[in-house]
Design a protein around this ligand. Structure first.
Ligand SMILES: Cc1cc2nc3c(=O)[nH]c(=O)nc-3n(C[C@H](O)[C@H](O)[C@H](O)COP(=O)(O)O)c2cc1C
Length: 348
């Protein structure tokens, strides 16, 4: 990657942080948990404690089923933001995913914001690359460059993002010429670290999901429609002249509305036999109600709930703000967990 390209990439990542708040597509109807759960006050005491919500992820024990989703690893504010997020992940023993680490790949040098292992401690760390970088390395037979990155970052797994809509709407957006399924198949044949695959906020349909889950990957992240929307964000950035004549409104059905929400994707997943893969549900999780409902509806013990923007928003105000946000999120989640039982009709 040329110096100028690295600078442009950092600038773009900073734009993403700055515009994330204007790109929220929280257009789902309000959830009424009582449509899905029965309240059972007589079956337990009323002492709300952290209790045991721990589970295993990437061969490590995490304390809660939440993941801090990929956001940044480059851009002016990213060092401070990642430091706060990594400290949060350490404090609550949550897994932490870096944003795109592509800057590392072609000059073997980590941006300061990627070096979070010390702040994070031993918890699960995911490095992140786009599918276009995977294609470049497959074509040049240089997949081993990723090994170096994994070692330097001391990452436990690689997250690959597949975001065709965002790239199309970005003037400088990447293009890939093979299908992501072909590229991921080639990648997993050659590497010995766990690979997870995600969208970035528009989700994916049943054919993509089923084909993906048949590959030798560790898991997927739905990164569904209904939260941060990168098609819209790229339109807001306004760099791609092709979209100058079309100012999309959030409630119009333009390209920003293409995709699948978490509830839709849960239905797709229920029809696919994927028992050995870890499923992360994310994209628009904004409340403990969302998190609790989605985790219970999917009904897979090893599944996780991912959040990006809510953590970013809090992290911009420092560690105490993230702790305040997450403490209350968690407390309410624990209350739901203690007293609510999924209605029989959803329990299959
Ligand atoms: C500022 C920002 C930057 C992001 N950068 C990346 C990235 O580099 N790689 C990636 O895989 N996803 C990236 N994402 C997408 C998130 O990981 C997530 O899939 C998406 O935002 C949906 O989750 P949310 O609705 O909780 O924000 C980014 C999200 C935000 C808000």
């Amino acid at each position: 990657m040329e110096e100028i390209e690295r600078k442009l990439f950092s600038k773009r990542k900073q734009n993403h942080i700055d515009l994330a708040s204007s790109s929220q597509f929280e257009n789902k109807p309000r959830i009424n948990l009582m449509d899905y759960f029965d309240y059972e006050p007589l079956m337990t005491n009323n002492v709300v404690e952290a209790g045991d919500l721990s589970q295993t992820f990437l061969n490590k024990t995490i304390s809660y089923p939440f993941l801090i989703s990929s956001m940044t690893a480059s851009g002016e504010d990213s060092t401070e933001i990642n430091k706060v997020l990594a400290q949060t992940a350490k404090h609550y023993n949550l897994p932490f995913a870096l944003g795109s680490c592509r800057k590392f790949l072609f000059n073997n040098e980590a941006d300061e914001s990627m070096l979070v292992r010390d702040e994070l401690g031993d918890g699960p760390l995911l490095a992140n690359l786009g599918i276009a970088q995977v294609e470049e390395l497959v074509e040049s037979k240089e997949l081993s460059r990723i090994n170096k990155m994994m070692q330097v970052l001391n990452a436990d797994a690689l997250y690959i993002h597949i975001n065709p809509m965002q790239e199309i709407h970005q003037e400088e957006g990447d293009r890939y010429w093979s299908s992501p399924i072909e590229l991921i198949s080639k990648l997993v044949e050659e590497v010995d670290y766990p690979v997870l695959v995600k969208e970035v906020g528009q989700g994916m349909g049943p054919r993509s999901l089923e084909t993906l889950l048949n590959l030798n990957i560790y898991g997927i992240d739905s990164a569904s429609l209904g939260g941060t929307n990168f098609t819209y964000l790229e339109k807001l950035r306004g760099k791609n002249k092709r979209f100058n004549g079309f100012i999309e409104k959030r409630d119009w059905n333009g390209a920003s509305s293409i995709g699948h929400s978490i509830p839709e994707m849960i239905n797709f997943l229920k029809n696919i036999n994927n028992s050995d893969k870890v499923i992360i549900l994310s994209g628009g999780v904004r409340s403990p109600e969302d998190a609790f409902l989605y985790k219970q509806l999917l009904g897979e013990e090893n599944s996780l709930i991912g959040m990006a923007y809510p953590f970013l928003q809090a992290a911009q105000n420092g560690l105490p703000a993230v702790q305040e946000f997450f403490e209350s999120f968690l407390y309410e989640y624990l209350i739901f967990n203690k007293f609510l039982h999924l209605k029989d009709k959803y329990n299959k």
